[in-house]
Every structure is written in C-alpha cells, then in structure tokens.
Design a protein around this ligand. Structure first.
Ligand code: PLP
Length: 228
C-alpha cells in the first residue's frame, strides 16, 4: 500500500471510530473527552503507527513485549510522541522491560508482578489490574475476590499509581451479551473508588462506553483486519 493511501485509510478509520465513540457518549450522557481511545497496534508495522499518529491518535497499545520494544523505539525515532500502553499478559521476568518502556500497564494480575514492576519502574508508572470478570478458564486476570488484596498491594507500591481495572469480555455474537461483564467491572472499581475502566474492543466498545469505560482498546476498527 502506498503511504498516501495508508494515511487516507487510517484517517477514515480514526474518524469512524471517533464518531462511534461520540454517539455512544451521547446515548450515555457522557462527555466524549472522558473516553481515551487507545489504538492497539499489535500486528501492525511502524508505518501504520506513524500514519495513525499523523491522523491525531496519541495513545497506542501493544500486547507483546518482544514485538513492542523495537516498534516503540522505531516509532519514537520517527517522531511519534505517544503514550504507550501494555495490554497483553506480562510475565514477571519481563517486568523491567515493561516498566522501562510503557507508560501504562493494563495487565497486572499478581502480587508478584506488582512487586517486580514497583522495583523496576524508573519513574512512577500507571497500572490497572486485569480482572477475569466472566471467570473464563483460559483468560488471564485475577478473580473478582482477589482484587481487594491486589488493590492494597498496589496502593502501597511507591513507584506505581493504581488507576483502575481492566477486563477482556468474552467473545459474543451480540455485544449486548457482554454488557453485564462491563457493568460488574464498573461496580468492582466503584467499590475501591478507582476511576479508570479499561474495557471495550472493536466488537464491543460502544456498549463498554455506555457502561462507563474510560479507556477503550481498539485495533481492527482503526487499522483493519490483522494479517499477522
Ligand atoms: C488485540 C487486543 C485488543 C484490540 O482488539 P480489536 O478486536 O482488534 O479491537 C484490545 N485489547 C487487548 C488486550 C488485545 O489483545
């Protein structure tokens, strides 16, 4: 694809997603400024990140450290001054690389990982706790009953700022089916007076916004289907 048509496609994708965010906010009586669009660039080349940045996006998310490190480095050298979010599962032994490179880590799911991140962060880092609300056996994230202990751990961590909770909803034919998952995450965050809710992806971000999402993680609706 030529650089010009890549840029045009990205601009159209970003505009469509922004319109959908605005309409979902209107339905919910929310200010669109209260929702941060995090463009999930996994599987996308650095040229696509540059084009999305030129289209106005300032938050990008990746799910794997190995793929992300060289991409973030190249994007930064190309003038992309973005906030980087880690949204995928993180092993404790990669905590240092994650804490050095990412501004926001959405996928904290153990006390051990919290401790590693706190010890490795070169500057205070924003974190969210990933919760497996729907209790799916294959999914990452802590059970809702375990959240309290992690919240306490995160609040005493000197180098971490606990921002909120994150969840990945189960796949569903109709996004309405996962509304209760988003509602439960919000109730849990309210219990601990946490302000940020990272929930909603291409197939369900509008329902997530109606239920209070402050960070939506959108890949395909911006970049198109992934080829890798
Ligand atoms: C891939 C991914 C997304 C984005 O998914 P799309 O369906 O492409 O919008 C969001 N969150 C996480 C954790 C992901 O791994």
């Amino acid at each position: 694809m030529s650089a010009v048509s890549l840029q045009r496609d990205l601009e159209a994708g970003v505009e469509r997603v922004r319109e959908r965010i605005t309409r979902a906010c209107q339905r919910a009586g929310r200010d669109p400024g209260s929702v941060t669009l995090v463009a999930i660039s996994k599987g996308q080349p650095v040229e696509a990140v540059r084009a999305a940045y030129a289209a106005g996006l300032r938050h990008f998310g990746e799910n794997r450290i190995q793929e992300a490190l060289p991409k973030i480095d190249a994007a930064t050298r190309a003038g992309v001054g973005a906030t980087w979010h880690l949204v995928g599962h993180l092993q404790s032994n990669k905590a240092k690389a994650a804490a050095t490179t990412f501004d926001v880590i959405h996928s904290v799911d153990s006390a051990r990982l919290l401790a590693r991140l706190d010890g490795a962060a070169p500057a205070p880092r924003d974190v969210l706790l990933q919760v497996n609300i729907a209790a799916e056996p294959q999914k990452q994230g802590v059970a809702p009953e375990e959240v309290e202990a992690l919240v306490e751990g995160a609040r005493v961590a000197a180098n971490l700022r606990l921002r909120g909770l994150m969840t990945i909803a189960p796949m569903a034919a109709d996004p309405e089916e996962v509304r209760p998952v988003f509602r439960d995450l919000r109730a849990l965050a309210d219990r601990f007076a946490l302000t940020d809710l990272s929930m909603g992806m291409t197939d369900d971000f509008e329902v997530a916004i109606e239920e209070g999402a402050t960070l939506v993680r959108v890949g395909r609706a911006i970049f198109g289907e992934r080829t890798t």
